[in-house]
Design a protein around this ligand. Sequence first.
Ligand code: NAD
Ligand code: WQD
Length: 344
Amino acid sequence: MSRILVTGGTGYIGSHTTVELMQEGYDVTIVDNLSNSSIDVLDGIEAITGKKPEFANVDCGNFMDLDNVFRQYPDIVGVIHFAASKAVGESVEKPLMYYRNNLGSLVTLLEVMKLHQVHNIVFSSSCTVYGQPDKDHLPVDETAPIQKALSPYGNTKQINEEIIRDEAHADKQLHATILRYFNPIGAHPSAAIGELPNGVPQNLLPYVTQTAAGLRPELRVFGNDYNTPDGSCIRDYIYVVDLAKAHVKAIGRMLTVEDREQVEVFNLGTGKGVSVLELIRAFEAATGVKLPYVIVGRREGDIEQVWAKPDKANKVLGWKADTPIRDVLLSAWKWEKKIRKIED
Ligand code: NAD
Ligand code: WQD
């Protein structure tokens, strides 16, 4: 069977994708420098799949180390590139760190791939490239205009996409699939792997589950005066396992379909917008836990509303994010209870 290199494979989305790849019969080698994940994640993956993926503690920006990984695994046929720094606020504080890590990793990876004649890359991009789409582009499809990034993190995603396009233009053998994720949430149903935010969570669902677990006194809802039906912001929350499965479809397409475009872009979302207040209510209904929350002022830089038109991915990849939100929220809660050792 074919081997896939998964950079950032001990991270949140990478670990779930590794599980789905292994369950589809792929061999997986993970490259991760553990800057935002733990080696224990490998045990979680093994608990689900019955097998540990190969692992190399390597920084993607290190040419020689990455070269060694490709030498060690000459059967690599494709790469899924998750490895990146991803905290929006931190990127504003430390832009150079973000540009070095997120741009340097991709450039080095593409160089090493070329050297070893590996021509398929799947890249983790983000709906952040669309900024706030205008009304004509909601829900947002892949043709919506890219807008000036609101943070250095967002800018690295835009520049990474450009790097891929420029290299694909120069090297006709290179094929790339750019996946623009909306808001990934939830954990594997086994609760063997899940999201492990560093410090105080910036993202909504980890804050919700930590509040429900008693780690935070209350959730702050950032604004109820937006131009939306209930005044709170709207996002497209996509289950991380559904998202992981899209990567398996994307790799399968790259390895089997000849007449595809050299660079393909897919929005990965559910197609349904959910407001912050709706998400809170859905969490309470699913878990039976009362969530303390207060409405506070808007968070700087927040987008009012964005959700995906995932028709292209549905049709071309033969993939759909269809896990009910209730199951998704229950998976996140099961995971939070497990890591906090909360009994039912
Ligand atoms: P994560 O932090 O959980 O995973 C990223 C992994 O990459 C971590 O394990 C980290 O240790 C590793 N890493 C970072 N820099 C590295 C380097 N130079 N060399 C080797 N390993 C390195 O993040 P995630 O949520 O799983 O995100 C995965 C990818 O998806 C990222 O590229 C992120 O920007 C993108 N993305 C995430 C979201 C989201 O909301 N989680 C949304 C859109 C896009
Ligand atoms: C969702 C909604 C908040 C926390 C970020 C990145 C983006 C992408 C996904 C990678 C918003 C509200 C949140 C809280 C709240 N990542 N909220 N109280 O803002 O869509 O995007 O993650 O590419 O680049 O910017 O996600 O989870 O931070 O917020 O009310 O304590 O929840 O205002 O409306 P966001 P989020």
